[in-house]
Design a protein around this ligand. Structure first.
Ligand code: ATP
Ligand code: MG
Length: 634
């Protein structure tokens, strides 16, 4: 592979990449054989920009591929899902048990009148019923729309209404940090505004009784009791939508990303394998919630399509004690742990003592996703958790890309890693880094990360919104996919994702990524987390403003001294141009529920503007705190 000026000796990867880029149709046609198809496609790719039809003319069923095909062979009694609840109770569902449950629930949906192409909203936490419901939808060709169970009534109602969902599958209770959260109350409020919903199914939990609206609402258990044990999987066209998933909304109102069945499932299965190189002994734990794309591709479809054993944990990873996550790894013998930098930083803040009481020797790979991982967290993850023997798979991708698009291809061969880089373009992904006119930039120069040709995991469109689909992804670089992230390709061909291109400051004509400043701040031992946004300035155009969470033992120091040291640190590492005009110390930052900092909210607060859509905000107290800091400053 030619990578910048040098050749990195990754023969197997390069060979595969070459094949994929030389003849994509042939290559992806071969890869799609990882699935069982009812009918083989006529054409592997029909590219009519900006829409791609993968495996046109072919038909298949996703639930068949994730369940039925495993029970015919050796995996029949293999654990599919090891589920653990926050109270410590555990259960195991084998592939055969999963198969039975999926069939029965598919019949329940049929009995409620669900047909191919209907949208079913699933509003559930990390309980096995959520996965069963997803697979049951796909069994009959219904399209699922999973909504994160931490969302408010308004966020849920928006997503039901936009998708025109007929059925809602849900539960009445959530368990979190030892408390019971009344989901029914949120649901009742949301349902007042959702006219499309004809039926609601509750997987009831807890001892509290509640009444159902007759003819409309049902209990899961009662419907399952009378359900048939086998439903013929419906073969759907490859392009048939498998699901809609609304993006987290870090940058604005949520978009209904649609993924097709054949292309998406092929890509989920292959990237699962190319990234992790799964074997039958693996216990795979991806901590992402099924309400996010990572939960779709690497909790459900990727692992189950490959017949893997997954861990499904419902609860907080630091409850009742900060070592909960390490206890789960130890108890279930997790071999691959896939989590997010925000979780790693939090666990790092608790300290090593919580790790060292656990035997983590089963681990062989560690994954990171969701945002760039700062080198300090990377090193901690590598040394303290992986004991310097587990590669860190930093995987870059988006809801829209369906699966990893920049990742170390560990499943193919080992890769020299660089902390903070997701390494190389994924197999078949034609990545480039370009300037605003679309011309490739030189090595080590920051530019826009784009993908120059379609790939099977690519979104099929935005739900009923062709205009936004074109505008958001394809218009800017003339039918090349715009990720809206900034990146650098270094002299060895490693890609460094710097953050969103809409989060770049222009200070006296110099462009500085907020991510770059944040990285430098958190590389200081006093800082646990930080968020940087730009504030308009008459002289410089824009100046950085930093919000900082200090590590506990530095919180008592005089704030002026800490500020002075942080400013010095930034001047030394980034240069004077990056000097924050203001630094605020807070205990929390406004984040989306998937753990990403919502800089647009901080920016609005600084500007004194209306905050806009906050349905995806995790915790309102973070806003109040920031507001108060700003007030005090005035
Ligand atoms: P919205 O598009 O609605 O604003 P979102 O982009 O936060 O929401 P996701 O699709 O969940 O929703 O997140 C994808 C984004 O997360 C990427 O575009 C990138 O900015 C960031 N990201 C994900 N993984 C990585 C990674 N390994 N390194 C760097 N950035 C990452
Ligand atoms: Mg995005």
């Amino acid at each position: 592979m030619k990578t910048g000026d040098k050749y990195i000796m990754l023969e197997k990867y390069s060979e595969l990449q070459q094949k994929a880029l030389d003849d994509p149709e042939k290559f992806w046609g071969e890869q799609a054989k990882c699935l069982e198809w009812d009918k083989t496609w006529d054409k592997a790719l029909d590219w009519n920009p900006p829409y791609a039809k993968w495996f046109k003319g072919g038909s298949l069923n996703a639930s068949y591929n994730c369940v039925d095909r495993h029970i015919k062979g050796n995996r029949r009694n293999k654990a599919a899902i090891i589920c653990e609840k926050e109270d410590g109770s555990c259960g195991i569902l084998t592939y055969y048990e999963l198969y039975r449950e999926v069939n029965k629930f598919a019949n329940v949906l049929e009995n409620l009148g669900v047909e191919k192409g209907d949208v079913v909203t699933i509003y559930m936490p990390m309980m096995t019923e959520a996965i069963i419901a997803m697979l049951a939808c796909s069994r009959i060709g219904a399209i699922h729309n999973v909504v994160f169970s931490g969302f408010s009534s308004d966020a849920l109602a928006d997503r039901i209404n936009d998708s025109k969902s007929k059925i809602l599958v849900t539960t009445n209770l959530l368990y979190r940090r030892g408390k019971e959260i009344d989901l029914k109350k949120i649901l009742d409020k949301a349902l007042l505004n959702c006219n499309s919903i004809k039926h609601v199914v509750y997987a009831k939990r807890g001892i509290e009784e509640f009444n159902l609206v007759s003819g409309k609402e049902y209990f899961w258990d009662e419907l399952m009791g009378g359900a048939k044990s086998y439903v013929e999987p419906v073969p759907v066209e490859s392009e048939h939508p498998l699901f809609i998933l609304y993006t987290s909304g870090t940058t604005g109102s949520p978009k209904g990303v649609v993924h097709s069945t054949g292309g998406y499932l092929t890509y989920a299965t292959k990237t699962m394998d190319w990234t992790w190189g799964l074997n039958e002994m693996d216990v795979f734990w991806c901590t992402a919630d099924i309400g996010w794309i990572t939960g779709h591709t690497y909790v459900v479809y990727g692992p189950l399509s490959l017949g893997a054993t997954i861990v499904l944990y419902e609860g907080a990873i630091d409850y009742p004690e900060p070592d909960r996550l390490w206890g789960i790894v130890e108890n279930h013998g997790v071999t691959i742990l896939y989590t997010a930098p925000t979780a790693i930083r939090m666990l790092m803040m608790y300290g090593e003592k919580w790790v060292n009481t656990h035997d983590l020797s089963t681990l062989r790979l560690l994954g990171s996703v969701g945002e760039p991982i700062n080198p300090r967290a990377w090193k901690w993850y590598y040394k303290v958790i992986g004991k310097e023997k587990c590669p860190i798979c930093d995987c870059y991708w988006q809801t829209e890309t369906g699966g990893h698009i920049i990742y170390p291809p560990i499943g193919i061969q080992s890769v020299p890693l660089k902390p903070g880089s997701a390494t190389f373009p994924g197999i078949g992904i034609d990545v480039d880094v370009v300037d605003n006119e679309g011309n490739p930039v030189d090595a080590n120069v920051k530019g826009n990360l784009i993908i120059k040709r379609p790939w099977p995991g690519m979104l099929a469109g935005l739900w009923n919104n062709d205009e936004r689909y074109r505008a958001a992804y394809w218009d800017r670089f003339k039918n090349k996919f715009s990720t809206s992230d900034y990146a650098i390709k270094d002299q060895d061909g490693y890609i460094w994702v710097l953050g969103r291109s809409d989060e770049v400051l222009n200070v006296s004509g110099h462009r500085i990524g907020t991510a770059e400043l944040e990285h430098e701040l958190v590389s200081n031992k006093m800082v646990a987390e930080s968020a940087v946004v730009g504030k308009p300035d008459d002289v410089k155009g824009e100046v950085p403003v930093a919000f900082v969470i200090l590590n506990e033992k530095y919180r008592e120091l005089p704030s002026n001294e800490v500020k002075a040291e942080l400013i010095k640190h930034i001047r030394d590492t980034v240069g004077p141009i990056g000097t924050p005009a203001m630094i605020f110390f807070v205990n929390k930052l406004p984040k989306t529920r998937s753990g990403k900092i919502m800089r647009r909210i901080l920016k609005k607060l600084i500007m004194g503007e209306e905050i806009g859509d906050v349905t995806t905000l995790e915790d309102n107290t973070s806003l109040e705190e920031v507001k108060k800091e700003l007030e005090d400053f005035k």
